[in-house]
Ligand binder design. Sequence first.
Ligand code: TEU
Length: 551
Amino acid sequence: MKDFRKSCVYQIYPKSFRDTTGNGVGDLNGVTEKLDYLKKLGVDYLWLTPFFVSPQNDNGYDIADYYHIDPLFGTMEDLDRLIKEAADRGMGLMFDMVFNHTSTQHEWFARALKGEKEYQDYYIFRKGKKGVPPTNWQSKFGGSAWEYVEELGQYYLHLFDRTQADLNWENPNVREEIRKVLLYWKKKGIRGFRFDVINLISKPAYFEDDDEGDGRRFYTDGPRVHEYLKEMVKETGLYEDDIITVGEMSSTTIHHCIQYTNPQEQQLKMCFNFHHLKVDYKNGDKWSLMPYDFMGLKKIFHTWQTGMAEGSGWNAVFWCNHDQPRAVSRFGDEARYRKQSAKMLATAIHGMRGTPYIYQGEELGMTNAGFTSADQYRDVESLHYFDILKESGMEEARIYEVLRQRSRDNSRTPMQWSDQEYAGFTNGVPWIEVNRNYKEINAEECLEDSDSIFYYYQKLVGLRKEYDVISEGGCEPVLEDHEAVFAYKRTYGGDTLLVLTNFTDRSQSIAAADLKLPDEELTKYRTLIANDGAERESKKIRLSPYGAIML
Ligand code: TEU
């Protein structure tokens, strides 16, 4: 049985992982083909983003049938084989369950549109106010969160795309349907579940305009969310020891995350929050660029690390996923110090208290897409914002710059397996362009180089299994006011772990005294892992550009 505190989860975006049919879209057999690679990395769970039947308006986060696999990705036999082959290698699958909304192509929604009251109550339909939507809430992808249905004379709520209709969790039948889906997949042997935007499922009893914002304060960590989660978990037996669950929490608070994950509550094992990934949003706006605020980033990490520990909550810790730009391009240096900074960023996360997640390609140091023209983008959000920013009067060149830094497609370019055509991802034409740097950055190259980012990650994953101080220890900020180095200390039993990471391209020197240690104490620490940028002297540690060390 796996202990989620010692585990590492690897996220796969199947569409961009490995295509075995030549249609340009990755598939389940592609994942099976690469299991030995994943095993070598040492990860415990494979989180696969949704591959259920879907019109793919939001790459599968618009589910039309929770029980069937979209033929685009393969068949049930392919899945069965994947489950078995992964289990044979000691890895469990984690499914991505999207229960805040369904595709408008789901049968429930179709029946609602046909006038069946029972199914209308599966969604959130409301009358407008004299030709105006029921509230002024905004969709997360831009524009109103309400869509008018002529035939019914009503609007339905969609917090995301208008083809993603929000489900009505107040309706016990909806909750029952959701439990059925979970039990079905659990019985098939799925060992983990990720719940998409699960803290948005509970909407307020009354819908009113938001004079201060886009409406999120009314439904984020909403009134009945904890009750719903407890019920769902209890009725499906999801709190069992060997099942891992993670909730994706949008704009949440530590207070709520403790409640979601404290074992006494029996809700989820851990949750994602995104506060550390908004430190480069000017005034909190994703589409306004600014250099990232390093001191702000440190503060968020320290606050969440210590706050969750104090409340016995548990974090999922990560830099990258399919919605975020590549970390090395964002917080590191994607050119001269790419390898060094990728390893530094990995060290910062993998020493933390929590369960680390690696997103496909992160272990190779893959970078942002570098797209230069609108027709290279595929993401529904990027395409919406292209228009929205244009209408707002932004110059086209600036829009391209914003998308180059912020588009979700930055992380969705095909996995770079080799220096062959299309990076060895497909024999056909990929659904989204391959990053041009695939000849230098690819898995084959990484596997041949013992000093590669891949092997550095492999070592980090192993250290968590070996040392209880990494998996169990408490945490304390170190060098809080330092303007270049992010550092922390973990303690467990008689052991202390120190993690020091230099986020700049300037060398830094940290003396024992800076760490509040007597000189002779520092010499007692053993180096567990370091990139090429860290050097130890008797009384100090030198960190060259993007240097990192774990002691
Ligand atoms: O994302 C939820 C979410 O709030 C984001 O991270 C979102 O991508 C961001 O707000 C856009 O600026 C989840 C999925 O991870 C994402 O891929 C889906 O598009 C979304 O839910 C809807 O299901």
